[in-house]
Design a protein around this ligand. Structure first.
Ligand SMILES: Nc1ncnc2c1ncn2[C@@H]1O[C@H](COP(=O)(O)OP(=O)(O)OP(=O)(O)O)[C@@H](O)[C@H]1O
Ligand SMILES: [Mg+2]
Length: 363
């Protein structure tokens, strides 16, 4: 799975630019504001249908354009070419796949699975459980076909149950949603649990070794007490749920606790170690996907060198290279490129005085 080429028109700082990529590691080098993150953002949009920068839709459009257009040729695991494109207007986006217009975000996600490792990667450890649920669910979605439909059915039952709780309906109307909710929750739970075991097994050994002999442990929490079944727990918490007006337990409250020895890793390991560990978790996701689906996601790595010393940079460079994925990795300065990173193409971006990036490519 790799992106062969990309054409950007009216996107951020790119008025009109085309790139050809290597199927291995592509290094993008450039000064501040030269467009490195914007280039990764364009690729991310094509694979996810949303941006990782929290901006308004119109902020993506170049000042001299009325919309942007992104067009990529993607080669799938069988080396078949697929055309993915996006038209971005001030208030909406339209997605295209080959000759089909107005396809959904999920079609893009299936066509171009990609993973982002950016300077905020440690938030996976530091922030609330929703970050880790997103991490698990993105991964499970790509390797377990039944997961998405179970998750959708679970959400529907949950929304209806919460509505009944909020509107103060009689108990029998509230609990009438429980059988469906419990059935789908079990499926979601079992997919996530198996997936977390896979992640733990695939965490790169070299990264695991950095934690001075104390084991890193992934402890999946299903969202209800382990000593109870979900139906028992729902029955027990019914009165509390009625007061709160929503269902307080279930897979929507799941978490992934990451511990170093017996202590939460976020409270113990250094900032650099947090980045290394969370990057390792994302690389483990890519490995699990390659093992279970025969598809290697494209990896977008933005500015990871910024806060990592030479040893951690070398370690990550080696792990990225060993994955055999297509990688796009940005550097502010060539001096930060670790020599363990076996890259095939270098794309240099620069900011000319008139404001739109100049590009030179070296192979
Ligand atoms: N809609 C837009 N139109 C034109 N330029 C934009 C738009 N959105 C962002 N920019 C500009 O694009 C330039 C490139 O931004 P980008 O974040 O891609 O740079 P970068 O190379 O990642 O920089 P850094 O190394 O500082 O992270 C910036 O000057 C930014 O202000
Ligand atoms: Mg940047």
């Amino acid at each position: 799975m790799h992106v062969k080429s990309l054409a950007l028109r009216g996107f951020r700082c790119f008025p009109s630019t085309e790139f050809e990529f290597d199927r291995g590691v592509n290094v993008i080098v450039g000064d501040n504001a030269s467009g490195k993150t914007s280039l990764l953002e364009a690729l991310f949009l094509l694979g996810r249908g949303v941006t990782f920068r929290s901006t308004r839709l119109r902020d993506l459009i170049h000042p001299e354009a009325d919309r942007y257009n992104l067009r990529a040729v993607v080669r799938d695991q069988h080396d078949l070419a697929r055309k993915v494109s996006i038209e971005g207007y001030r208030n909406r986006r339209e997605f295209y796949l080959d000759t089909q217009s107005n396809v959904s975000r999920f079609d893009l996600v299936q066509c171009l699975p990609l993973q982002l490792i950016d300077p905020d990667v440690h938030r996976l450890l530091e922030e609330g459980p929703q970050y880790r649920r997103r991490f698990m669910d993105w991964g499970v979605f790509h390797v377990e076909h039944s997961f998405f439909s179970s998750w959708q059915r679970f959400r529907r039952a949950l929304i209806q149950r919460n509505r009944a709780l909020r509107l103060g309906w009689p108990n029998k109307d509230i609990v009438s949603w429980d059988p469906a909710l419990v059935r789908e929750a079990r499926q979601v739970d079992s997919c996530r649990r198996g997936y977390v075991d896979d992640i733990a097994r695939n965490l790169p050994t070299a990264i695991r070794k950095e934690f001075t002999g104390v084991p890193i442990h992934f402890d999946y929490r299903s969202g209800w007490p382990t000593n109870e079944s979900l139906d028992q727990a729902l029955a027990r918490t019914l009165e509390r749920d009625k007061k709160a007006g929503f269902t307080q337990i279930g897979p929507h409250r799941a978490d992934l606790r990451i511990t170093h020895g017996n202590v939460a890793a976020r409270d113990k390991v250094s900032h650099g170690q947090q980045k290394l560990l969370t990057s390792g978790m994302l690389l483990a996701q890519a490995r699990v996907m390659a093992n279970r689906r025969g598809v290697t996601p494209v990896l977008l790595v933005d500015d990871i060198a910024a806060e990592l010393g030479a040893r951690y940079r070398a370690l990550l460079g080696q792990e990225l290279t060993s994955l055999q994925s297509q990688v796009f990795i940005t550097f502010l300065d060539r001096a930060f490129i670790p020599n363990t990173l076996g890259y095939a193409r270098e794309i240099e971006l620069s900011v000319p005085s008139r404001g739109s990036p100049e590009i030179s490519k070296k192979c």
